[in-house]
Design a protein around this ligand. Structure first.
Ligand SMILES: Nc1ncnc2c1ncn2[C@@H]1O[C@H](COP(=O)(O)OP(=O)(O)O)[C@@H](O)[C@H]1O
Ligand SMILES: [Mg+2]
Length: 369
């Protein structure tokens, strides 16, 4: 808490920045981002004024309490870190919704890390920022774009219809050149139509207007069924797709099969597009803790560091993708569908000297009944 009594202020003005404790207090009290520090029992040790402002709780109220009992929405369980392999433990960087003291929900962006010493987790630190304003602007922008996208569907349908009539030669015979031009234009119209529909699906799914029809599924079978439809494209580049399952009995997961097929198709489509000729794409399914994790590894260029935060945004394409066909909607579709299933999707690059992207999806296992 800021020191505000005259005696405290007098003392504070003589602060000795070389004194680590005083410097620590000064930083915590003035940090313009919410800060919470937990001990190894997940009890709150520190809670700075910005955190008070965002959550409505005072430091006195919250100090010493079990974090997950008061701060709903911030990763408070040290087990969340313990479940991760050591190399991924350093940071969890994500978006979430935190419950204000009065009950309303606040969208936040947070980064959390375990406090580790001698390989032992002694606590955790999380910083979080209220992103309500950004979210509102984003929502406003989405509504505008989706209205625009929706209105484009009409003229596109008319254009497609007329082109098809021309193609059927109802308006007169066509020569070979005209027919091939017409086929090319129809293909492009079809692509634009597909992008618009995918984008509108994302908006609807995020707004909860598309309900998933989930059923218990075996991921291996689902992927197996999809492979035949991408095999032709892969073989055109002499690419081999290998499916590996880490253990005999991978538990079932609840999936909307049609939507989830889109997820896998989009990821495999990218892997094939960005892989060099005669390479291998590895798909792996394994069970970890409460989840089933699927990874798709390719040997393409991977994702540049500066593109990583945006790669799942609609219409975002990295610079190098210029000459590869696409419009940047695929990964946004993947993220929306995976999150609608309560899962997570993320990407990492292979460790040098290898190169390539590794996309991972984790889906919660069906709870043991
Ligand atoms: N497997 C991959 N390897 C390298 N870059 C990728 C891969 N998958 C996606 N990307 C990058 O992410 C961007 C967004 O992907 P996506 O949304 O599927 O759009 P699109 O495939 O239409 O370009 C791509 O333009 C590309 O820059
Ligand atoms: Mg794509």
């Amino acid at each position: 808490m800021p020191s505000n009594t005259p005696e405290k202020c007098k003392k504070s003005l003589n602060i000795d920045l070389a004194n680590k404790d005083e410097l620590f207090d000064l930083i915590v009290n003035n940090f313009p981002i919410g800060l919470v520090i937990l001990d190894e029992d997940e009890r709150i040790l520190e809670f700075n004024p910005t955190a008070e402002q965002i959550t409505g709780f005072t430091r006195e109220e919250i100090q010493g309490q079990k974090c997950h009992e008061v701060l709903v929405g911030i990763p408070c369980r040290l087990s969340e870190f313990k479940d991760l392999p050591p190399k991924d433990r350093v940071l969890i960087h994500s978006e979430g919704t935190i419950h204000h003291k009065d009950g309303h929900e606040i969208p936040v962006r947070y980064t959390a890390a375990p406090l580790i010493t001698c390989n032992k987790i002694k606590g955790a630190i999380a910083v979080f920022r209220d992103v309500s304003k950004e979210k509102q602007l984003e929502q406003h922008r989405r509504v505008l774009i989706s209205m625009f996208a929706h209105d484009l569907k009409g003229p596109l349908a008319v254009a497609g219809g007329l082109l098809n009539r021309l193609k059927s030669e109802k308006a007169g015979p066509l020569n070979d050149k005209q027919r091939s031009y017409l086929d090319a234009v129809l293909k492009e119209v079809g692509r634009v139509d597909k992008y618009i529909r995918s984008f509108l699906d994302i908006v609807r799914m995020e707004a909860g207007q598309i309900t998933l029809s989930k059923e218990p599924c075996d991921l291996k079978t689902l992927i197996h069924d999809i492979l035949s439809s991408v095999q032709i494209k892969a073989s055109q580049k002499d690419i081999r797709i290998r499916l590996e399952v880490s253990s005999k009995h991978i538990p079932l997961v609840e999936l909307d099969k049609t939507q989830f097929q889109r997820v896998i198709l989009n990821l495999l489509d990218n892997a094939i597009k960005y892989s060099p000729e005669s390479s291998t794409i590895n798909i792996n399914i394994k069970e970890t803790g409460h989840n089933v994790v699927l990874t798709i590894e390719d040997s393409g260029p991977g994702i540049m560091e500066e593109d990583l935060p945006y790669i799942f945004d609609p219409f975002y394409r990295a610079n190098y993708s210029g000459d590869v066909e696409g419009c940047g909607i695929g990964l946004a579709v993947v993220k929306t569908i995976v999150e609608a299933h309560g899962g997570k999707v993320w990407v990492q690059n292979k460790k040098p000297p290898e190169h390539g992207a590794v996309f991972s999806i984790s889906i919660p296992k069906i709870a043991a009944r």
